[in-house]
Ligand binder design. Structure first.
Ligand code: SF4
Length: 371
């Protein structure tokens, strides 16, 4: 398959591994944060970490949209379905994330709530059209990749006067999270970033230029295939060796410097910045998430149902918050593979298909540092 198989070739992977081993300075340690959960899974699925010299380490970042959503927002969604007779529509990954008291959307659905898994926002609009007497809420999550389809759905609902449709908006912004990691009071030691692939097709590589400049951290936008990740690691190691801190684009087959201007204009038309938003693991981050503009308030579920802010603790012992900051790895969690499994998840990082704990479980990296 073009654009996939050629980025998984073993002989090229071996060549790249040799080049990385020759380029990496044995006297220094390279800590490369892969921001995106898709990269985490590529690294473990294809054993990329095993092809690196011992002094080149991948640090898992907060780029999994399901993982970074705090428990309180999931509780909001459950309450929407329980208390307001809403048809709640969302993507499958959210269904089993633990909410308060180990409840979940899946358990709420089993208890009689009308919660439906959808594949696209167009599915939600169809459900709204077919159920004119019921409020239909789309539980929208995701980074800049999934935001434009939500914007399109809102425009279409407005054009078709679909008054029973609304959006519980939880769209978040990648650059704000990157800045929060770098500005943390006790920042994690990170030398460079592998920039996300899909997000960057929308926001463009220029979105990372301020970070590279202000924080002197090289960024390489990396594709999702194993050779993409290895090539990007090599580019980062070269920059670090040469004392450069630039934004480079390894994923040039899909990402431009400007990004998708049409999608950006659409997002600006429908959404505006929230003053602050809570992230699991990173806490409250200013200007890090989107809400609907006043012109589209009729489609804003938070306003329509007057949703309260809910504070909720994570499951005791779950290390998801530290993992999402890059401060710990899944094998540092004593619950990994014991009480926490994909069938019985204790935290979001085990549930999501992009979560770091799910990657460790799926690809057999379960040995723990402690316990
Ligand atoms: S293994 Fe489970 S409990 Fe531990 S950090 Fe991951 S999701 Fe949380």
């Amino acid at each position: 398959m073009k654009y996939i198989s050629e980025f998984r070739q073993q002989d090229l992977a071996r060549q790249l591994a040799r080049a990385i081993a020759q380029t990496a300075d044995p006297d220094r340690h390279y800590r490369l944060m892969e921001f995106c959960g898709g990269h985490t899974h590529a690294i473990f699925r294809y054993g990329v970490q095993d092809l690196m010299p011992a002094n080149v380490e991948f640090i898992h970042g907060p780029g999994c949209p399901v993982c970074v959503l705090p428990t309180g927002r999931i509780e909001n969604a459950i309450q929407l379905a329980e208390r307001h007779d809403v048809i709640l529509c969302t993507y499958a990954d959210l269904m089993r994330v633990p909410a308060i008291g180990r409840n979940s959307l899946l358990k709420a659905k089993a208890g009689g709530c009308d919660i439906r898994m959808v594949y696209s926002t167009q599915d939600v609009l169809k459900i709204a059209r077919e159920n004119p007497g019921r409020p239909v809420v789309f539980f929208a999550i995701g980074f800049e990749t999934t935001t434009p389809p939500t914007a399109v759905a809102i425009q279409q609902a407005q054009a078709k006067r679909l008054t029973n449709f609304s959006v519980f908006c939880n769209h978040v912004l990648t650059p704000a999270a990157m800045q929060a990691i770098l500005d943390a009071p006790q920042p994690v030691s990170i030398d460079a970033f592998l920039g996300p692939s899909h997000v960057s097709t929308v926001i463009g590589s220029q979105a990372y230029e301020p970070f590279a400049e202000r924080y002197a951290k090289p960024v390489v936008i990396a594709g999702f295939e194993p050779l993409d990740v290895m090539q990007s690691a090599l580019m980062l190691i070269r920059q670090l060796n040469e004392g450069r801190h630039e934004v480079e684009n390894e994923y040039s087959r899909a990402v431009t410097r400007q990004g998708n201007l049409k999608a950006q204009a659409l997002m600006r038309e429908i959404f505006e910045l929230r003053p602050q938003f809570e992230w699991r693991g990173l806490g409250l981050i200013a200007d890090s998430a989107l809400k609907l503009k006043a012109d589209y308030a009729d489609f804003d579920a938070e306003q329509r149902f007057n949703l309260p802010a809910i504070q909720a603790a994570d499951v005791k012992g779950c290390e998801c918050p530290a993992i999402l900051r890059g401060a710990k790895k899944p094998q540092d969690c004593k619950l990994l593979g014991t009480v926490c499994t994909p069938e019985n998840p204790m935290g979001s990082c085990m549930v999501s298909s992009e979560g770091a704990c799910a990657a460790y479980w799926s690809y057999g990296r379960l040995s723990r540092k402690s316990g």
